[in-house]
Design a protein around this ligand. Structure first.
Ligand SMILES: [Zn+2]
Length: 232
């Protein structure tokens, strides 16, 4: 990777050289599969896209696009696993910057999105908390109906799975408990599960879960939190 970066740095037109190298047969055959495999292990659930959390992550995305910073084409910390919709159709070469030149998009591999985005669990849509949250919602169309609907489904089904998990633990059935935990985290839009655990212990939790005290109790249960948040 360092050799490729050196090569790009010495090229007359680095942008062009970076694109050429990234698509080179040797790189596609030998570098891409290794990168993709490592990213798949870091991705949420079943190799989900790190941006939408819904589709399978099929593409290696350059967080800072190649044309913006060719020297980061082979920089591991600039690679993310994304679905082709988020990578090729929505983000494309978009990389909005703030007035001070810093990126507006949230890097899901190194930043906590909850500082910029609040998930409204009841409607399944994100609410911007900052300009960066706003830009991220817009570029990835995070509030498109198909995602909102999937999140509402996850919000509905997760408390049932948490109850199943607890019942399995009480029976001493470790295998079933592990299967429940896997189902919880491997469902699409598992960002909902993160948001539920996060919001259950944040100020205003009693209002958010006003109609569902049982769910709130499950999400605050120390046994559940310890086991499931570490299983993610
Ligand atoms: Zn996606």
């Amino acid at each position: 990777m360092a050799d490729y970066t050196g090569d790009i740095g010495q090229a007359t037109v680095p942008k062009q050289r970076a694109k050429q190298l990234w698509k080179h047969t040797t790189v596609r055959r030998h570098v891409h599969p290794v990168l993709r495999g490592a990213l798949a292990e870091m991705a949420p659930g079943l190799e989900r896209c790190m941006y939408c959390g819904d589709n399978q992550g099929t593409d290696i995305d350059h967080f800072e696009p190649v044309h913006v910073n060719p020297l980061r084409t082979f920089d591991w910390s600039n690679h993310l696993l994304a679905c082709s919709l988020c990578n090729s159709h929505l983000k494309r070469d978009l990389f909005p910057l703030a007035d001070d030149g810093t990126p507006l998009l949230i890097d899901p591999s190194s930043e906590d999105p909850t500082a910029h985005l609040h998930l409204s669990l009841a409607v399944g849509k994100y609410i911007k908390l900052t300009d960066r949250g706003d830009a991220t919602i817009k570029v990835f169309r995070l509030n498109r109906e198909i995602l909102a609907r999937g999140r509402r489904n996850a919000y509905r089904i997760t408390p049932l799975l948490l109850e199943d998990w607890r019942a399995a633990v009480e029976k001493g059935d470790e295998e079933d408990a592990a299967a429940c935990a896997a189902t919880i985290w491997e469902q699409p839009t598992a960002d909902v599960v993160h948001a539920m655990f996060h919001q259950a212990v944040a100020p205003g939790a009693e209002v958010i879960f006003a109609d569902d005290h049982e769910t709130l109790a499950l999400l605050r249960d120390p046994l559940i939190r310890t086991a499931l948040l570490s299983a993610d």
